[in-house]
Design a protein around this ligand. Structure first.
Ligand code: HEM
Length: 126
C-alpha cells in the first residue's frame, strides 16, 4: 500500500470492509433510503468497497472494475434529496463508530464524504 494515505492509516482493506458492512446494514433499514436502494445490497456493497478503497488512497480497484467514477452521473437515476443526503451521512457516521475509525482520520473521512454527498444531490425535498 501507498504510504501516507488515509487508506493505509486506518488499516487498509479490512477496515474499509468493516465500514462498508456497518454502513449498508443501516442503509438497508433506513426508511428514507430503502425506496431507492435495491433489496439485495450485496453488489452495491461490493462496488462501494472498491470505490472507498480508491477514494482514500488505496489501489484503484473501482476504476479497474467499473471505469471512470463519474459519481454524480451514476447517481442521476436516483432522486437524491437533502433529506436523503442527511440519511446517508447519518448511516455513515454510525458506521464510522462501529468500525472504530479513530481521529484524526474519522473527521477527515467524514469531511470528504460530506463534500461528495453534497455534490450528489439532484432533487429538492418534497
Ligand atoms: C450507488 C444512493 C452518496 C458512492 C448508489 C445507488 C444509490 C445511491 C441508490 C445505487 C445502488 C445500486 O444500484 O447498487 C446514494 C445516496 C447518497 C449517496 C442517497 C446521498 C448523498 C454517495 C457518496 C458516495 C457514493 C457520498 C461516495 C463517496 C456510491 C457508489 C455506488 C453508489 C460507489 C456504486 C456505483 C456503481 O454502480 O458503480 N448510491 N448515494 N454514494 N454510490 Fe451512492
Amino acid at each position: 500500500v501507498k504510504h501516507g494515505t488515509i487508506y493505509e492509516a486506518i488499516g487498509g482493506f479490512p477496515t474499509i470492509n468493516n465500514l462498508v458492512t456497518a454502513f449498508y446494514k443501516r442503509v438497508g433499514s433506513h426508511p428514507k433510503l430503502i425506496p431507492i436502494f435495491p433489496a439485495d445490497l450485496t453488489e452495491t456493497a461490493r462496488k462501494q468497497r472498491l470505490f472507498l478503497t480508491q477514494f482514500f488512497g488505496g489501489p484503484k480497484w473501482y476504476t479497474e472494475d467499473r471505469g471512470h467514477p463519474m459519481m454524480r452521473r451514476r447517481h442521476l437515476p436516483f432522486e437524491i434529496t437533502p433529506e436523503r443526503r442527511d440519511a446517508w451521512l447519518e448511516c455513515m457516521d454510525a458506521a464510522l463508530t462501529e468500525a472504530e475509525i479513530e481521529e484524526p482520520y474519522r473527521a477527515a473521512i467524514f469531511e470528504k464524504l460530506t463534500m461528495t454527498a453534497n455534490h450528489m444531490m439532484n432533487t429538492p425535498d418534497k
